[in-house]
Every structure is written in structure tokens, then in C-alpha cells.
Design a protein around this ligand. Structure first.
Ligand SMILES: Cc1ncc(COP(=O)(O)O)c(C=O)c1O
Length: 412
């Protein structure tokens, strides 16, 4: 008999493929699927394979460790990395044909030494800061960076396949930074051209800009959150058909009756106003459930979960391993399904499931943080709802089930 998991993340790879296809069609230029931070909590390797299958020309990750995992998994395609610090070990990435990012002349010097040592030319994308003021070359360093990049290219130390930057507020289309950053990026492209550089891809747009700002699409777009089916700009209508890929679910533990005034969980911050019932959900901040999800705090609301298809608010503080849910006097059987968040229930169903976006609002954060931090002791199970519709099974074809915290997870 298949035992239902105590707590798991169910990832629909068909949703990932669908979102990648939609984003490629919308953008009309090559897609860089951003799979850093374990694919925003969805599991990097299975997601990377699904994104490639759906046509993603590029993948992007932040660190060299992440790219090493992709290559060890057999991914031989174009991959961009962008976050290194002095004294990083670039050799393997250079031999593996990975695109490094350089923000400064000193980084180029390090990459040159590594390329000489590796005996192979590096691939280097130059990142310019157009106003986010995070990584990337500041405006007054662009000319030196471009000149040094061109010199190293002529000397055979590297090629410069890309030039890129990143938006600060593309989820707010009217924010003045968007026009300023796009104009600055155009200037960087012109100056790089003047310096003799001919990057194959100049890219600026993240998910929100891809959907909301066509002029920023240049030669490629880098989409993270939209690949996972979450809305990068939930307050702005864009009509793009994205499908959330992650369902966080658990099995309901103990159900108990409370009397009026009975308080629940640490600090007694929640108390029953009348005789009611509560149920135990066996996940907590050890699984990355935000403690704030059970605190009415500044957003004025607590997160809800779907218990046997009905929405129920969290009762009291989220603990390390568990939280309680207000069952409002009902007594669903222990062992019932609890959906923390996931895609909306299918049309025609009476079930009600909260979304990651709703959790984000209850926790005063963004859906990115909700999906990226959830995991820990929960298991990840991969299903394929397209294969599902072929086989007609209710739960989808499992490809693997591993603890979310496992590094280098196996799949399909
Ligand atoms: C440099 C960079 N590019 C692209 C992305 C993808 O952004 P999004 O998930 O909003 O598409 C990120 C995400 O943080 C990023 O840091």
C-alpha cells in the first residue's frame, strides 16, 4: 500500500514545461530559465531537465557549486552563473564551458589566470549596474571593463558571449527606475559595441519585465519565478497563462476539541472564542513554514490551509515541527489531506486551496520567498500531469520522492 507522506512538496514537471513554453512564445527570444536556489525550492535537477525539454536555450544559477551540480547531472547546454567572490575556483567551470559573469577588471584578471591554468578560453558575460546598485560594474567603470574584456578576447583568454543587467522594480511598470535602467542598458550596449565587443546575447528582462515590458527583451530573457507558475507582478494584469508547479501538502495529525478561552501554541496568542476544534499539521519553521504565517501581525491576517478541501486559518504560532489549524468545530478525520498552498483547485471542484501568493500576503513577503524556503524535512515528489492525462491516474506519475533538503537529488 502507498503510505501518504507525512509532509511533501509535489512538483508538477508538466507545469514547468508549460510555463517555459509560454514564456518562450511570449518573449519571442531565447529563454534563460533561472534555476538557482534549488530552482526556487522546486529541486534544481528535475526542473532543469524539464526546462530543457520544453526548449529553454539557457539555464542560469547564482553559484559555481550550483553549476557543478548541473554539469554532474549531464547538462551540457548553455549555463550562466553570476555570483562569485575573490579567490573562487573557476577552473572546472571554464573547462565545462560555463558562462561566468564578470563585474570588474579584477574579476577578469582572476578569470584570465584561471583560463591560463585550465588551458582553455573562458566564456565571460559582462554585468553592468544600471541602477539596482547590487552587483555589476558601476557606470564609471564600464569603459575600463569593456576595454579589458576586449583585450583579453584578442589575447585568446576568453570570448564575451553576453552583456547583461538586472531590473530593480520591473514588477511596478510605472516605476521611474524602469525607463532609466533600460536607457542605461542601451548606453552600455552601445559603448560595448564601440569597444569592439559583439556579445551574442544582451539581456535585461526578468519575469516581470518579460511579461510587462516588451522593449526590454533584447536578445534573451531570464525568467525565474514565472517558470514556476507564480505571478511576478500579482498587482498588474497581464493575462499570461502560468501554472503553479508546487503543491505543499501534509497529513492532518491529531484533531482535538477546545472550550471557549482555550489558547493555542506558544505565547497563547490565539484563543478559541467558542467551543471549537483544532487539528495538528506536522510541519513548522523546521520545514521553512514562516513563523509569521500564524501571527496576525502587520498584514492583519494569518495564512490559511486547505483541510480536506476547506480553507482553515492557522491557529496560534507556528512552531519548529508543527502548527495547529482552526477547524471551526468540524472534525475531519485524522489523516485527511492538508494543502498549505498550491495551484487553485481544478474547475468544477468545490475544493479550496490557498496559493503561495496568498501565503506571501499573509506573511508580508513575496511568493518567491514562500516557495524557496519551504522544504527541510518535507519530501519532494515529482509528478507529470501531462502523463497523468494520458494514463488517467489521479495523482500523476511519480518520478522520485526525496527529502527536500537532500543535495544532488535523484530524479526520473
Ligand atoms: C540576476 C537575476 N536575474 C534574473 C532573476 C530572475 O528573476 P525573476 O525570478 O523575477 O524572473 C534573478 C532572480 O532573483 C536574478 O537575481
Amino acid at each position: 500500500m502507498l503510505t501518504p507522506a507525512r509532509a511533501e512538496l509535489v512538483i508538477d514537471l508538466a507545469a514547468i514545461r508549460h510555463n517555459v513554453r509560454v514564456l518562450r512564445e511570449t518573449a519571442g527570444v531565447p529563454l534563460i530559465a533561472v534555476v538557482k536556489a534549488d530552482a526556487y525550492g522546486h529541486g534544481m535537477l528535475p526542473v532543469a531537465r524539464a526546462a530543457r525539454e520544453a526548449g529553454a536555450e539557457w539555464l542560469a544559477v547564482a553559484t559555481l557549486d550550483e553549476v557543478a551540480r548541473l554539469r554532474a547531472d549531464g547538462d551540457q547546454g548553455r549555463v550562466l552563473t553570476w555570483l562569485t567572490v575573490p579567490d573562487e575556483d573557476y577552473d572546472d567551470a571554464i573547462r565545462a564551458g560555463v558562462d561566468l559573469s564578470a563585474y570588474s577588471v579584477s574579476e577578469l584578471e582572476e578569470i584570465q589566470a584561471a583560463a591560463v591554468y585550465a588551458g582553455a578560453p573562458a566564456r565571460v558575460q559582462l554585468k553592468v549596474d544600471t541602477g539596482l546598485h547590487r552587483g555589476g560594474a558601476p557606470r564609471d567603470a564600464w569603459l575600463d571593463l569593456f576595454a579589458r574584456a576586449r583585450l583579453g578576447e584578442r589575447e585568446g583568454h576568453w570570448t564575451i558571449p553576453g552583456l547583461w543587467s538586472h531590473f530593480a522594480a520591473s514588477d511596478e511598470p510605472d516605476h521611474p527606475s524602469n525607463d532609466l535602467q533600460e536607457a542605461a542598458f542601451r548606453e552600455a550596449c552601445a559603448l560595448a559595441d564601440d569597444a569592439g565587443l559583439r556579445p551574442e546575447i544582451r539581456h535585461l528582462a526578468n519575469s516581470a519585465a518579460t511579461l510587462l515590458r516588451p522593449s526590454s527583451r533584447f536578445d534573451a530573457v531570464s525568467c525565474g519565478i514565472a517558470c514556476y507558475g507564480l505571478d511576478p507582478a500579482p498587482d498588474v494584469a497581464h493575462g499570461t497563462d502560468l501554472r503553479p508547479a508546487m503543491t505543499a501538502r501534509a497529513t492532518l495529525g491529531m484533531v482535538k476539541h477546545l472550550q471557549p478561552g482555550d489558547a493555542v501554541s506558544y505565547g497563547w496568542r490565539w484563543a478559541a472564542e467558542e467551543a471549537t476544534t483544532v487539528g495538528l499539521v506536522p510541519v513548522g519553521y523546521g520545514e521553512g513554514v514562516p513563523r509569521m504565517a500564524g501571527d496576525p501581525g502587520p498584514p492583519g491576517a494569518v495564512a490559511e490551509v486547505g483541510v480536506a478541501g476547506r480553507r482553515r486559518p492557522i491557529a496560534g504560532r507556528v512552531c519548529m515541527d508543527q502548527f495547529m489549524v482552526d477547524l471551526g468545530g468540524t472534525t475531519p478525520p485524522e489523516g485527511s489531506e492538508v494543502v498549505l498552498f498550491g495551484p487553485p483547485a481544478p474547475e468544477g471542484s468545490d475544493d479550496e486551496y490557498p496559493t503561495a501568493q496568498e501565503w506571501a500576503e499573509a506573511c508580508a513577503t513575496i511568493s518567491y520567498e514562500i516557495v524557496t524556503r519551504i522544504g527541510g524535512r518535507m519530501r519532494r515528489r515529482y509528478v507529470d500531469s501531462e502523463a497523468d492525462s494520458v494514463t488517467g491516474t489521479a495523482t500523476g506519475a511519480d518520478t522520485t520522492s526525496v527529502p527536500a533538503s537532500a543535495v544532488g537529488e535523484v530524479a526520473s
